[in-house]
Design a protein. Structure first.
Length: 118
């Protein structure tokens, strides 16, 4: 199960639409709107425990989906590889003559298209 709110938010970006409406609402109010369990419970007319349970079920469901599909893990690996390509391209540019800069910028544009696609 992811530890940080950032990790949970990334899982939500990938799997949030697969949660129940109640789970999505609980997650959104708690993590995105920064409401407390008590505030959400008051809004829903229920107990803190019910809100807590909805959040835990949402987190568990998303962690299970990630364990089965690995989409977030693959996304992060691809994003890291793209960043590494960009870093190596910057290093290469400093070692090549200016006549090669056009080709390097073409490759950099391809990298940007990859970033946009993930």
């Amino acid at each position: 199960m992811p530890d940080s709110a950032l990790e949970k938010s990334l899982l939500y970006d990938f799997y949030g639409e697969l949660l129940s409406e109640k789970q999505r609402d609980a997650f959104d109010l708690y993590y995105n709107d920064d409401l407390s369990l008590a505030e959400i419970a008051a809004e829903w007319g229920t107990s803190r425990q019910n809100v807590h349970d909805a959040l835990k079920k949402a987190e568990s469901a998303m962690a299970e989906l990630e364990a089965k599909t690995g989409l977030v893990r693959r996304y992060e690996a691809m994003a890291g590889a793209i960043e590494e390509l960009d870093r190596k391209l910057t290093e290469l540019k400093s070692a090549l003559p200016e006549s090669a800069y056009g080709a390097i910028e073409d490759i950099r544009a391809d990298i940007e298209r990859l970033r946009d696609g993930i």
